[in-house]
Design a protein around this ligand. Structure first.
Ligand SMILES: Nc1nc2c(c(=O)[nH]1)N[C@H]1C(S)=C(S)[C@@H](COP(=O)(O)O)O[C@H]1N2
Ligand SMILES: [Mo]
Length: 333
């Protein structure tokens, strides 16, 4: 790193992680210079480091339906929940910064009102306000494991509703096969957008079959209250059997198509990040092993599970592809 910075509360975790993993995705860009540019932007805009950890994030609370919502007990997390502070102060949100401690920057995100445009191959394109959508869909709580491609992981109580409910509202046309997701791109509040080599806006995609699997969840809350900006307010995805980058944050557009949508990480580096990105401990990232993962909060490392442990629900989605001989590096990277 060209820029020396104090990581304070991050240090223990940084020590527990090889730098190649911790800084892995930045390194691929060969971007010492670029990274320095980001660091300079962050340094210029972030509050003084002293007191970060102990000052309140001042999350603007929306008047959403009551949380915590009833817990859906179908999906067992199988391990302790990550302490809230650990999960909400160690983030990937490149629109703000490629540093994990970008949460103070994200407090500028305007989260209310929040609208989602639904377009492409649907009966009739529309825009819906989030509060309206929540009224129609209802809310429930789910305890999900989350596995970042960088080999850190967490276990989070999310509040939201199945993505399938939005798909049903959208009434996709007969030929629609995929859904593309677009994240907010707001240069006034997101300094990371100035880093021009990233293919902004952040985009992701799922097949319609994946999107209507009951596990695919649209998140508006976390730990029993409104999801904080740094975790993808006002609405984000949780697709727990895939690497974390598939779970787009701060979604403003949902587009139904008959062709596989272009995604942010695949566009940036397709040899390392694919469209499918299903978790598999046996298929390494080109630059590191995926066999184990480090839990936020405790720093403990545990074995990674295929489909992040959700195989009983999602493996059938890929059975035909596997039978047809699709390469593991296509399905699991
Ligand atoms: N718009 C947007 N969505 C995003 C990202 C991002 O940088 N921008 N990072 C992704 C990655 S790599 C992960 S691991 C998760 C992180 O979510 P968290 O910060 O709530 O843990 O968000 C995903 N969604
Ligand atoms: Mo990630």
């Amino acid at each position: 790193m060209l820029i020396k910075r104090k990581r304070g509360w991050e240090i223990a975790e940084a020590k527990a992680t090889p730098e190649s993993v911790f800084f892995g995705r930045r390194a691929v860009l060969g971007g010492a210079v670029a990274a320095a540019g980001v660091a300079a932007t962050v340094a210029a805009t972030r509050p003084a480091e002293a007191g970060w950890f102990f000052s309140s994030p001042k999350v603007p609370l929306q008047k959403l339906a009551a949380m915590p919502a009833p817990l859906d007990k179908t999906y067992k997390p199988g391990r302790a929940l990550t302490p809230e502070k650990a999960a909400t102060t160690y983030n990937n949100f490149y629109e703000f910064s490629d540093y994990k401690n970008c949460w103070p920057l994200a407090q500028k995100l305007p989260t209310s009102p929040w609208n989602i445009a639904v377009d492409g191959m649907v009966e009739k394109p529309f825009t819906i306000g989030l509060e309206d959508l929540i009224k129609k869909a209802g809310l429930e709580e789910r305890l999900y494991r989350h596995r970042c491609v960088e080999a850190w992981a967490m276990t989070v109580p999310w509040t939201g509703f199945p993505l399938a409910k939005l798909v049903a509202l959208a009434k996709p046309a007969a030929g629609a096969k995929y859904i593309g997701f677009t994240s907010l791109e707001d240069r006034k509040v997101m300094p990371g957008l100035d880093v021009a080599f990233y293919p902004w806006p952040y985009t992701e995609g799922l097949t319609l079959a994946e999107a209507t699997n009951d596990l695919a969840f649209l998140v508006v809350g976390m730990y029993g209250h409104v999801v904080p900006p740094q975790d993808g307010a006002a609405v984000r995805l949780a697709v727990p059997w895939k690497y974390g980058f598939k779970s787009a944050k701060s979604i403003v557009r949902v587009t139904f198509t008959d062709t596989q949508p272009k995604t942010f990480w695949q566009t940036l580096q397709s040899s390392e990040y694919g469209f499918w990105a299903n978790v598999n401990p046996a298929v390494p990232h080109p630059r590191w092993s995926q066999a184990r993962e480090r839990l936020l909060g405790t720093g403990e490392t545990v074995p990674t599970m295929i489909y992040n442990g959700y195989g009983e629900y999602v493996a059938p989605l890929y059975a035909d592809m596997i039978k047809a001989g699709v390469k593991p590096t296509v399905l699991f990277r």
